[in-house]
Design a protein around this ligand. Structure first.
Ligand code: CP
Length: 312
């Protein structure tokens, strides 16, 4: 039977459909536009000026995994832009009872203007986006965390100027944050040195990559670096592996003494939540070189810029 030709989300939308599943979905120019816009929106917000281009628009936030920063920043961001966000966990929807991802994507597309989705399997986000007729944003999967990178680049640019040409050291687990830093190095044109234990090396599908070098130790990675980054040793999905992982990551803790081996103006970032005494020393977040709280705050502004780019 022929498909009924009725008005749908496809005809409601005027702009071409774009998704943000990885940084590579955008060109370098688009990424830099979003990051610059994030700082402009932040300044506008701090001046108390209202900017509400998304009145009447709704973002659905689908969370298979826990979140503080992603949930709050998207929800507050939609509110500040004049729109509305609703948060859905598997227990709130039929996704948790076996309704196919594709069916859920099609139904949500009929009712909301964009979807942000956090799932363990990256394939789930891709299937969701393939079936959706509204923009889909990756709010983190086991492979990528592109929204975090927007905030990280915004934060570096605000403190030190354009990240292009800078040297970034990633210390720790070659997991989703590492993958997104690998993509970012080519797209934002910075050098990336990665130090991981051999049994937690970066995903071989990600390498070789432009501007990226895997080195043998944290000390080698941070030498003359302008930015040092780490992430937890046991991400969501690695529950039960904590003890083995702590042994593997011995020597990979970021501390003020490791930062002393970086460049004289080096910054420290962590996407949070942090485990003090594991991937960072107890005092690292209080060190003056840490900008982790500003980085977390910039999730709000960079995602507002992303929502505006995709929807307004
Ligand atoms: N960094 C980050 O994505 O934090 P949440 O897991 O709290 O969203």
């Amino acid at each position: 039977m022929a498909q009924a030709d009725t008005p749908s989300s496809r005809t409601r939308r005027q702009a071409p459909l774009r998704h943000f599943l990885t940084l590579s979905d955008f060109t370098p120019e688009e990424l830099n536009t979003v990051v610059a816009r994030a700082t402009a929106l932040k300044e506008q917000c701090r001046r108390g000026e209202r900017h509400q281009p998304l009145v009447g628009r709704t973002l659905a936030m689908v969370f298979e995994l826990s979140s503080t920063r992603t949930r709050v920043s998207f929800q507050v961001g939609m509110h500040q832009l004049g729109g509305h966000a609703l948060s859905l966990s598997p227990n709130d929807t039929h996704l948790g009872r076996g309704e196919p991802v594709e069916d859920t994507a099609k139904v949500l597309s009929e009712m909301v203007d964009a979807v942000m989705i956090r799932t363990f399997e990256h394939d789930t986000v891709e299937r969701f986006a393939d079936a959706a007729t509204v923009p889909v944003i990756n709010g983190m999967t086991s492979r990528f965390h592109p929204c975090q990178l927007l905030a990280d680049v915004q934060t570096f640019n605000e403190y030190r100027g354009d990240i292009a040409g800078a040297t970034v050291a990633f210390i720790g687990d070659g997991y989703n944050m590492c993958n997104s830093f690998i993509e970012a190095a080519g797209l934002f044109d910075f050098r990336l040195r990665i130090a991981t234990p051999v049994d937690h090396a970066p995903d071989p599908r990600m390498l070789p990559a432009p501007n990226v070098e895997v080195v043998g130790s944290p000390a080698e990675a941070v030498r003359d670096a302008d930015l040092v980054v780490t992430d937890v040793w046991s991400s969501m999905g690695h529950e039960g592996e904590e003890a083995d992982r702590q042994a593997s990551f011995d020597g990979y803790q970021v501390s003020p003494s490791l930062m002393d081996q970086a460049g004289p103006d080096a910054l420290f970032m962590h996407c949070l939540p942090a485990h003090r005494g594991e991937e960072i020393s107890a005092d690292m977040l209080d060190d003056p070189r840490s900008v982790a709280w500003a980085e977390a705050g910039n999730r709000l502004h960079s995602q507002k810029a992303l929502l505006e780019f995709l929807l307004a």
